[in-house]
Write a protein that binds this ligand. Structure first.
Ligand code: 0A1
Ligand code: ZN
Length: 954
């Protein structure tokens, strides 16, 4: 045992280079324990607070799917009492616990972290800490309990010091909670796992003036003035739920009210709580909520099930929003919008996220996950549902293109790197690291493929059966697929590989045509690269949607050998083997194949289509996705070619066929404007990086800018004309037609601003100054921010002056500077970290400045000097002390280091090693850094150690 008596002594411990961790805020005597391979040091600083440091034994524990066991105990009822205080909140929990039969004689092990345990009583008898129970950093263990009993636990927690934003914390002077995935254990000791579902009653006592609003899950049942300046509210949630869906809010907030009447005629109160000055920014979120409620009734037959639906917007939030039963907590960026403060993209994101959280009420809350390996059960399905909602609300083609873009830019890269994991992962060290684009977006694609394979009606039958069969249960992705099978009498056993195998399959398609016999052959081969822990893969069951087009672009009937008649339009081929041949008969002319229509499966497609066939598809394909895809492939080919050529060759003129197709699309009458803007947007540098081996971000950036400039020069007059045609008349509206018009106009502006043309710049400044909506203002400011001119400085200063009091708009100002392509950007970003409005404690601000620079500005972040990487590591290490989740996401940016050319590889690797060697690293960052470096599992390496949670004892 070793005892340090001051903070300085702890610093000397740090300098020894030992793996260590320090915990603050514990208040019991000095002891030492050797337990679970961790030597616990407790350190008494000068004041009365005590600190605990632990030396990690070198290994982080992983959790495995194969180890899943049902819980030994269930908890039927939970009565929670909170006495709110920012410094020390008292939590009283009364749990009705029942053994599950086989549990007889097994200890009750509750989860708990960073809790001050005050007392514990079993069936009214106070337990003795010396003989009745044990407490360590993560658990409270009661070795002997009866088959059915009531446990009363009193704990004290410290919301003001909680910078992790998990559990109970303070944001903008108000209390709120975040319990998914494992935050509830920071509120009280509990069986904090999703397969323990209980009914909750919550009583909150708080100062009446400071916290007039007291909210929790379910329906309100009582509100009492306690006469001493405090008041009390009680909420009862009649639906059994896992602890991750618990929520509490206490604060001084404005309430925007509305109502929705369900299709069975039940009125539901809709309450949106925001800071008072934001009450005028809730209209769009409220309208979106009502739209989502109606859509879920029509499309999935799902009705809301409480008397009230509440949404609270907070400024400090790790993610987008949280679907707590009846009391959603939202990052304010997904609630607040006014035409002058939010862009069209913000409006759209709000609609989607509001709908997403609402849809969780069935896909997630009524039917929940058995364990966290099943996360995609709720997330994949709910993303699919919000995607479909978005497609119905706007334009199906545009929505699909946007969703595919997200998938290919982020998920494909994740799947090709060291963090690749299946949609249903097999193990994790820190579950917060598994809220990934694979679980969410690829998970949604898997659900979409089910629909492709069994058809819309069959899919609805399967969803109905799933909800009915599993209502009130905690289940698995396998149960979801089983419902689809049972409702449709199909066998999806091979399809299940999509849940268990990581990696993006590659589908190679070759073709042959014999004019004499009218036979057209598609030869299809699928492969899947190895991923960590999965060197070999079985073939997937893949829906491949295709059409065959004649020379006018009309769809020919597709009739496979042996069939009596053909299918006109899109035909879904089902791939099951490594190699397959599909023989189409009665094909009267050589067709142009339209392949992977609608992106029917999350695969990389390789075909031998020529550039002129792609130009044909770009102009003629009736499937909007395929049309867009043809343009993207053409542009990507062009840019990648340039990026790998020598400087001299890179000034070559553009392929005239491509330019013609581009011009024709710009002027097209048969595509809506939003779609035209999508088609004419060149693939992003991040997407292109996924296609280049090894990646040279600067070369990619230069090549992309060169294509932009050439197009702008060649099509200047067309772009100007389309810009002018689409300048808004009348007031601002977010209907799809107006949004499309603005997106096309602003795309033209961004091309034109590539020309160093005073007339265009004046036009851009005019749009910035006179724009009556944030979409137009931001589009102009973004273009100016990329150009080194005096208009840039003036515009940025004016924007700051106008919006410094609006945090969400100020985030845009930070992000815009962080993504500027100008060479001095990193220096500016560093200076902005010292701006009075910058803080590492607010995740939105961190994402706006640091996140945007590291992920949204590849050319500057990947500067050959490695300065961007060092900056990331510096910031991540600082953030890790406050908020490990946010830090881990940032460190994840370095995980793809092996994809870059040798010099950058070495520089990125060095920063990962530096991070891993840092003392007191969180489990979150440790897992990402160690897996990125390829250390098996997430073992403690180097001199660093892993931060552990503190022990508490009454
Ligand atoms: N379930 C939420 C996402 C979410 C996950 C974790 C959080 O805190 C660590 C917060 C939100 C959703 O999918 O909307
Ligand atoms: Zn979700």
């Amino acid at each position: 045992m070793q005892v340090w008596r001051s903070i300085d002594d702890v610093s000397s411990l740090l300098r020894t280079g030992l793996a260590w961790t320090c915990y603050s805020d514990c208040d019991y005597g000095i002891t030492s324990t050797l337990r679970c391979g961790f030597l616990i040091f407790q350190v008494q600083p000068a004041g009365k607070r005590l600190m605990t440091a632990s030396r990690a034994a070198g290994k982080e524990r992983a959790v495995y799917l194969k180890d899943y066991r049902p819980p030994d105990y269930r908890i039927d009822h939970v009565h929670l009492g909170f006495s709110m205080d920012e410094e020390s909140t008292q939590v009283h929990a009364r749990l009705d616990v029942v053994g599950n039969g086989v549990s007889l004689g097994r200890p009750l092990v509750l989860d708990g972290r960073e809790l001050d345990l005050k007392s514990i009583a079993l069936d009214g008898r106070r337990l003795n800490p010396r003989k009745d129970y044990r407490v360590d950093a993560e658990h409270l263990t009661i070795p002997r309990v009866p088959g059915r009993f009531t446990l009363e636990i009193e704990t004290e927690i410290h919301p003001r010091n909680n910078t992790t934003l998990m559990g109970l914390y303070v944001s903008g002077g108000n209390f709120c909670t975040q319990c998914e995935a494992e935050g509830f254990r920071k509120i009280t000791y509990f069986l904090d796992r999703p397969d323990v579902m209980a009914r909750y009653t919550t009583t909150i006592v708080a100062d009446k003036l400071r916290y007039p609003v007291l909210l929790s899950n379910g329906n309100p049942v009582e509100r009492v003035d306690l006469g001493d300046g405090r008041h009390r509210a009680t909420w009862v949630d009649p639906h059994p739920k896992p602890s991750y869906l618990f929520a509490l809010v206490a604060g001084d907030l404005a309430c925007v009210e509305d109502q929705f009447v369900t299709r069975s005629g039940r009125p539901v109160l809709l309450h949106m709580y925001v800071q008072h000055h934001n009450a005028d920014k809730c209209g769009h979120a409220m309208a979106s909520l009502k739209k989502a409620m109606q859509w879920d009734e029509c499309v999935f037959g799902r009705e809301y099930d409480l008397d009230i639906y509440q949404i609270v917007a907070v400024d400090d939030f790790n993610m987008g929003a949280m679907e707590n039963k009846g009391l959603n907590v939202f990052n304010s960026v997904y609630v607040l919008a006014r035409p002058d403060t939010a862009t069209d993209a913000d409006y759209q994101a709000i609609e989607r996220v509001i709908a997403h959280e609402y849809f969780h009420n069935w896909s997630g809350n009524r039917v929940t996950c058995r364990d966290w390996f099943q996360l995609s059960l709720k997330e994949g399905f709910t993303v699919f549902r919000d995607q479909e909602f978005g497609a119905d609300a706007t334009s199906r083609g545009v929505a699909r293109v946007q969703d595919v873009n997200v998938l290919r830019t982020h998920q494909f890269r994740e799947d090709a790197g060291p963090m690749a994991h299946p949609v249903r992962p097999e193990s994790y060290v820190e579950i917060n690291n598994f809220y990934t684009t694979t679980v969410y977006n690829k998970g949604a694609e898997v659900v979409r493929m089910l629909k492709e394979l069994i058809g819309a009606d069959g899919f609805r039958r399967g969803a109905d059966l799933y909800f009915e069969r599993h209502d009130g249960q905690a289940v698995t992705t396998d149960d979801f697929v089983k419902s689809m099978e049972d409702a449709n009498g199909v066998n999806l056993s091979q399809f299940r590989l999509w849940y268990s195998q990581a990696g993006t399959p590659q589908v190679h398609i070759g073709r042959a045509y014999d004019a004499r016999s009218g036979i057209y052959i598609l030869h299809v081969r699928q492969t899947c690269p190895s991923t960590p822990g999965q060197p070999r893969k079985e073939p997937f069951h893949i829906p491949l949607a295709i059409a065959l087009l004649d020379d006018e672009g009309r769809e020919l009937p597709v009739r496979l050998m042996g069939e009596h008649s053909g299918v006109v339009g899109t035909r879904v081929l089902q791939l099951r083997q490594t190699e397959e041949t599909f023989v189409c008969v009665s094909v009267l002319q050589e067709p142009v194949p339209s392949l992977l229509r609608g992106f029917s499966a999350p695969v990389r497609l390789q075909s031998d289509l020529s550039d002129s066939e792609r130009c044909f598809l770009l102009g003629r394909d009736g499937d909007p996705f395929s049309r867009w895809e043809a343009g993207q492939q053409l542009a990507a080919g062009l840019i990648l070619n340039l990026a790998t050529q020598s400087r001299k060759q890179s000034t070559q003129p553009l392929n005239p066929q491509f330019v013609d197709a581009f011009r024709a699309t710009l002027r097209s009458n048969d595509l809506d404007k939003a779609m035209i803007a999508q088609v004419l947007t060149l693939p992003s540098e991040s997407y292109l990086a996924d296609l280049m081996v090894p990646v040279d971000p600067q070369a990619l950036h230069d090549a992309r800018v060169s294509v932009l400039r050439s197009l702008a020069q060649t099509l200047r007059d067309d772009l100007l004309a389309v810009y002018r045609d689409n300048v808004g008349r009348g007031g601002y509206s977010v209907d799809p037609e107006s949004v499309g018009r603005r997106s096309l106009k602003n795309l033209c502006l961004s091309y034109l601003m590539e020309l160093d043309d005073p007339e265009v710049r004046a036009m851009c400044v005019g749009q910035f100054q006179r724009g009556d909506n944030m979409t137009d203002v931001m589009a102009a400011l973004r273009a100016l921010a990329n150009n080194d001119c005096h208009e840039r400085r003036d515009a940025l200063a004016a924007f700051h002056k106008k919006w410094q009091g609006e945090p969400l708009v100020l985030d845009k100002w930070f992000a815009l500077q962080a993504t500027s392509r100008l060479p001095q950007t990193l220096a500016e970003v560093k200076a902005l970290t010292r701006h009075p409005a910058f803080t590492l404690k607010n995740p939105n601000r961190v994402r706006a400045l640091i996140g945007s620079f590291c992920t949204g500005n590849p050319a500057r972040f990947h500067d050959r000097s490695g300065s961007g990487y060092a900056f990331l590591a510096d910031q991540a290490l600082k953030i890790d002390r406050l908020n490990p989740q946010v830090a881990a996401r940032l460190v994840g940016v370095l995980s793809l280091w092996r994809k870059y050319e040798a010099r950058r590889q070495a520089l990125m690797k060095r920063q990962l090693e530096r991070i891993l060697a840092a003392p007191a690293l969180s489990r979150d960052v440790h897992e990402i850094a160690s897996k990125s470096l390829g250390s098996a599992g997430a073992k403690g390496k180097g001199r660093g150690g892993v931060r552990r949670r503190s022990r508490r004892r009454s």
